[in-house]
Design a protein around this ligand. Structure first.
Ligand code: PLP
Length: 395
């Protein structure tokens, strides 16, 4: 019995909970790396909040305001618990943001300048999403204006395995290495970037900031096991509403993360939806979600490999292959050797197949040509993957 057969009933039950999916049977949404669809539980929670208790947080003497303050504080702990923090709030903290971009910028522009000293070195990824590259360069410029010079090294990336090169990384580390930024799951190549090997390469004392935009909601993310110092994610890619996300900070290596000066009104309805989304994901089971998405991606990769004109980017492993080097999660990116990616995108859209076609916001060491990205989630079905393959075969 394959993973997809084994999880079929479970998947059907979950898929039925997405009104936008069940209401559009002729469409296949294959762009979840950009943003996820939302289950009914999240939509209903947000509607209930806005129709029964909407108020501002932290400033009231009446019931709705107090309940909203409690909601915000409870959801901070909920985020920490979802990320496997064994002792939420002992040292650690959770800060709400609009998405991973804002979260990474907050670490780069608020925390990093307070942590770094003249002559320090940082190591950051340039083959990853620009949201996890540009802010660190911005921090370098900000510090330079204050007379603090830091060196920025590229986190070595191995184009053969599509993982970071952990040996080269270990060689880059010096007594002045003060910070490393990395990505959990690559947003173009779909690989799980083996974060535990980064900690092993850099040693126990260096703070690591993890961009978990493509892993939270897709697989278990456990801060205790990963031993990272920041986890930054987009709630809207994890079943919550647009404009939501969070930064979890361990706060034991370097100064405490407390950005923002005077804080304004939080995104209270978004936070209500985020709490509901994390409850929904925990009930669905992150490990099962991972198995489903990985199996769908393997079906697609294996199918594409039988179609001569297509080239799959990134790690080549499927479920059948040895995944000790690199495990592909639910993202598959490819090109046709003769047809441009944007043209391919228009053809696929005319069959109701919604994919992403461009350079995928990759930072400066990224692909020079655009490609087609298919990103899967638990509401996607094997039939949608098969429809995609049959359209691609017909071109
Ligand atoms: N990091 C990665 C790996 C991403 O894939 C994305 C979005 O696609 C981001 C960061 C930025 O996320 P957001 O648009 O929610 O700020």
């Amino acid at each position: 019995m394959t993973t997809l057969d084994e999880l079929r009933d479970w998947h059907r039950g979950l898929r039925a909970q997405f009104p936008i999916i069940t209401g559009n049977p002729e469409q296949a949404y294959l762009d979840s790396a950009a943003t996820s669809q939302k289950p009914r539980a999240v939509l209903e929670t947000v509607q209930r909040y806005l129709t029964t208790g909407n108020a501002n947080a932290g400033r009231g003497t009446y019931t709705w305001a107090n309940a909203t303050t409690a909601l915000v504080e409870r959801t901070r702990t909920r985020v920490a618990r979802f990320l496997g923090d064994p002792a939420p709030q002992q040292h650690s903290g959770v800060h709400f943001v609009s998405g991973a971009t804002e979260g990474l910028r907050a670490v780069a522009l608020d925390w990093l300048p307070r942590h770094l000293r003249d002559g320090d070195e940082i190591i950051v990824p340039f083959a990853d999403h620009q949201a996890n590259a540009l802010p660190w360069l911005e921090a370098q410029r900000l510090l330079a204006r204050q007379g603090v010079r830091i060196t920025v090294h590229e986190l070595p990336y191995d184009p053969a395995s599509h993982d970071y090169d952990h040996h080269a990384l270990a060689e880059l580390v010096t007594g002045r290495t003060a910070f490393v930024a990395a990505t959990h799951v690559h947003h173009v190549y779909g690989g799980d970037m083996n974060v535990h090997r980064i900690r092993a390469a850099v040693g126990p004392g260096v703070p690591i900031c993890l961009d978990a935009a493509q892993s939270v909601g897709h697989l278990p993310v456990d801060v205790a096991a990963l031993d990272v110092d920041f986890v930054v994610f987009s709630g809207h890619k994890a079943m919550a509403l647009p404009g939501t996300g969070a930064v979890w900070a361990r706060n034991t290596r370097g100064p405490a993360f407390a950005p923002g000066g005077w804080s304004g009104t939080p995104n209270t309805s978004g936070i209500a939806g985020l709490e509901a989304a994390l409850d929904w994901l925990d009930a669905a089971g992150p490990e099962r979600i991972r198995r489903w998405n990985t199996a769908l991606a393997a079906r697609l990769t294996d199918g594409l490999r039988t179609l001569e004109p297509y080239e799959v980017l990134g790690c080549q492993s499927s479920l059948a292959a040895d995944s000790a080097v690199q495990q592909r999660e639910g993202i598959v990116t490819f090109r046709h050797r003769g047809i441009g990616s944007n043209d391919l995108g228009f053809v696929l859209a005319s069959h109701g197949l919604m994919v992403r076609c461009d350079g995928h916001c990759q930072a400066r060491a990224g692909e020079s040509e655009s490609s087609v990205r298919v990103s899967l989630h638990v509401y996607n079905s094997p039939e949608e993957v098969d429809l995609l393959l049959s359209v691609l075969r017909s071109l």
